[in-house]
Design a binder for this molecule. Structure first.
Ligand code: FES
Ligand SMILES: [Fe+2]
Length: 326
C-alpha cells in the first residue's frame, strides 16, 4: 500500500495526551499506526518523541519496551533511545560512542486539543481552532475508538445530516424530524463549511427539547479527516472536533474532543464521555457495516440525494488530493 506525498504531508492525531501521560507514569510507551506505519510514542524529560516502532538492531517492537528518565529502552537487548529517537546506549558495549546508525527515524510531535498530532511528510502543522473558545468552556476528550472502516467513511458519516433521526433514535431527545432542510456548501482553502437548522434536538434522550426550538448546526470540514461541528443548544455552544487517524485503507482510530459552554450543565467529564460514547457506538455500528470499508472514489456505485451535498463535496476534495480509496 502506498500513499501519495500530499496525504503523507498532513498532520493526523495519533494519541490522546492524557493516555500518554498515564502510560509515561507507568513507565510505558504508546503504540500507533499511521498510514500503515507502526509508531512508538514516548516522553523524555517532558519532550514527546514519535518514532518508528522498530528497533534498528534486530527489529524488536519498541512499543513493547519500557520508559525511564533516559527515554525508551528496547526489551530485547536494552538499547536506549532519547531525544528525537537518538540511540544513547548499547548495554552490551557501554564504551561504544558513535551510535548514530542505531538512531530511530522520528517525526514531529504537536499537542493540540488534548491530542498528539504527527506527520510522516514535510508539511506544516496548521492549528485548527474549535471556533469560539473561552474561559467558561470545558474540553473533554473521549477515549479513542478503533474503527474497522476507513477514516474517510468515519468522517463522511459525521457530516451526514440525514442519518441523525435514524441512527441516533434512542440517543438524542427528539429524532422525529426526518425531512432535511436544504443547505449550501461554502468552500474555503483546504475544506468547506455548511450549516442548517431543524427541530432535531441534541439533548440526551431523557432531557426534553424545548418546544419549537430551532437547533442550528454548523460544520467545518478540513480535508482530509477533520470535521468540526458547532451545535447551538438553547443554553450554550457545544463543539465536536471529530478527527480520524488513517491506520490503513480499511481501519482508522476515531478521536472525539468536545468543547462546550459550562452553561450547558452537562455534568462531570465522565458523564460527558458516557454520552459521547453512546453516540459514537450508534455511528460505529453503521460505519463498520458499510461495504466496502472505504469510500471508493473511482466508482459511482453509491448514489446520492440532496441532503448528501456535503458528502459529495467531501468526496470531491478527497479525489482532488489524489486519493483513490479514502
Ligand atoms: S532488538 Fe532492540 S536492542 Fe536488540
Ligand atoms: Fe452520527
Amino acid at each position: 500500500m502506498s500513499y501519495s506525498q500530499n496525504i503523507m504531508d498532513f498532520y493526523y492525531p495519533v494519541a490522546r495526551l492524557q493516555d500518554l501521560e498515564a502510560a509515561t507514569k507507568e513507565g510505558k510507551p504508546l503504540a500507533a499506526v499511521l498510514l500503515g506505519k507502526p509508531l512508538v510514542i514516548y516522553k523524555i524529560q517532558g519532550e514527546v518523541v514519535v518514532a518508528d516502532d522498530r528497533c534498528p538492531h534486530r527489529g524488536e517492537t519498541l512499543s513493547a519496551g519500557a520508559v525511564n528518565e533516559a527515554g525508551l529502552q528496547c526489551p530485547y537487548h536494552g538499547l536506549q533511545f532519547a531525544h528525537l529517537g537518538a540511540c544513547t546506549r548499547i548495554p552490551a558495549h557501554p564504551q561504544v560512542q558513535n551510535l548514530k546508525r542505531f538512531d530511530l527515524c522520528s517525526y514531529p510531535a504537536v499537542e493540540s486539543h488534548g491530542l498528539l498530532w504527527t506527520s510522516l511528510g514535510a508539511g506544516a502543522f496548521y492549528e485548527l481552532g474549535f471556533g469560539r473558545e473561552s474561559e467558561s468552556q470545558r474540553l473533554v476528550v473521549a477515549p479513542p475508538v478503533n474503527v474497522n472502516a476507513s477514516a474517510g467513511r468515519q468522517v463522511e458519516g459525521f457530516m451526514d445530516i440525514s442519518h441523525l433521526p435514524f441512527v441516533h433514535r434512542t440517543t438524542f431527545s427528539d429524532c422525529t424530524a426526518e425531512a432535511m432542510p436544504p443547505y449550501k456548501v461554502e468552500s474555503f482553502d483546504g475544506g468547506f463549511g455548511f450549516e442548517y437548522s431543524s427541530s432535531l434536538g441534541n439533548y440526551p434522550f431523557d432531557h426534553p427539547s424545548p418546544k419549537d426550538f430551532a437547533w442550528r448546526r454548523a460544520y467545518r470540514i478540513h480535508a482530509p479527516f477533520v470535521a468540526i461541528l458547532d451545535i447551538y443548544f438553547p443554553d450554550g455552544l457545544f463543539t465536536i472536533f471529530n478527527c480520524a487517524c488513517p491506520v490503513s485503507e480499511e481501519q482508522c482510530v476515531w478521536f472525539y474532543p468536545i468543547r462546550f459552554d459550562e452553561s450547558l450543565r452537562l455534568g462531570s467529564d465522565t458523564d460527558v464521555n458516557a454520552f459521547s460514547q453512546k453516540v459514537q457506538m450508534d455511528d460505529l455500528a453503521v460505519v463498520e457495516r458499510q461495504r466496502p470499508r472505504y469510500i471508493d472514489l473511482t466508482s459511482d456505485s453509491e448514489q446520492s440525494f440532496g441532503a448528501d451535498m456535503a458528502s459529495t463535496a467531501y468526496r470531491k476534495i478527497l479525489r482532488n488530493l489524489g486519493l483513490v480509496k479514502a
